[in-house]
Design a binder for this molecule. Structure first.
Ligand code: CA
Length: 281
């Protein structure tokens, strides 16, 4: 169990910074606050926080650039703060590597809800990703877990050490795409997929676990909050939009086509699932 939770707040508005600080402190975080993007990036490198709240409009570099820089070395959970009116900003923020967003002005309880979701989320090197739901589902032929896969350093965060006493998660394989939850790496025909964020990786894993089972956007959004698929808790249109953007980013990084997908198939108006397995992969 992690006892020292760290948050980095990157926000140039003092009032908002205070609200963020008090909510995060009340949730048990040690909070480091910065009012510029460059200082914020440095602080993330230094403190390795669980969560970063990131304002879009900063005096030096903007929040998009901050997110991109952070993503070069960290898979910390980034919550972007954007203006209520600008959906485009939100989408660009997710594209730049943010996991979630809050629109300003926000209520403290909205932030608390995000934090609660975040705390349900296992950290990459702390907890194995649950694969229990996969037991009843198909595994494509030839996907026996490959022991001793080389762990390569890349933009994907790799656990520093294997966890003692925890069985290694299975490796998922589909049409030449292989996903290894224990190392949090993905490769296509042996070539590593670089730059997947933690959220994108998690979404891909959910879809691969499901195989041909369609996962609705609401289910995926819930699962990203580490709720079960079917709790029926409220998922807003905005939450579903977040899933859409993450899936679009995932596809771009895989080089997959939404129209003629090799891996992730869109079920229009419903959700996503994996494509049929081809015999040759
Ligand atoms: Ca600002």
């Amino acid at each position: 169990m992690d006892v020292s939770r760290v948050a980095v707040v990157i926000e140039d508005d003092e009032d908002i910074r205070e609200v963020l600080e008090s909510v995060l402190t009340a949730s048990g975080f040690t909070v480091h606050e910065y009012s510029s993007g460059v200082e914020g990036v440095d602080a993330v490198a230094r403190f390795k926080p669980h969560v970063v709240t990131l304002d879009l409009g900063l005096p030096d570099i903007d929040g998009f650039e901050v997110a991109r820089r952070i993503r070069l070395f960290s898979d910390t959970y980034i919550i972007m703060l954007t203006a209520l009116t600008d959906e485009l900003d939100t989408l660009q923020g997710l594209e730049a590597g943010a996991d979630d967003y809050l629109t300003k002005p926000f209520r403290p309880r909205e932030l608390r809800a995000r934090i609660a979701a975040l705390l349900r989320r296992p950290r990459g090197h702390d907890t194995p990703v649950a694969v229990a739901a996969a037991d009843a589902l198909l595994i494509p032929a030839g996907s026996a877990p490959a022991a001793g896969l080389p762990v390569t350093a890349g933009a994907i965060m790799v656990p520093e050490q294997p966890l003692p006493g925890i069985p290694s998660a299975r490796v998922w394989e589909h049409n030449g795409l292989r996903l290894n939850p224990s190392t949090r790496t993905a490769d296509i025909g042996g070539a590593e997929v670089v730059g997947l964020t933690r959220t994108e990786f998690d979404l891909l894993q959910m879809l691969m676990e499901g195989g041909r089972i369609v996962r609705s956007k609401a289910e995926l959004a819930r699962k990203l909050r580490f709720e079960e698929y079917d709790t029926g808790s409220f998922v807003s249109e905005a939450d579903e939009k977040v899933v859409e953007v993450h899936i679009a980013n995932l596809r771009r990084k895989l080089g997959d086509s939404p129209r003629i997908p090799r891996w992730v198939e869109t079920m229009r108006g419903v959700g996503y699932r994996m494509t049929p397995a081809t015999t040759l992969s």
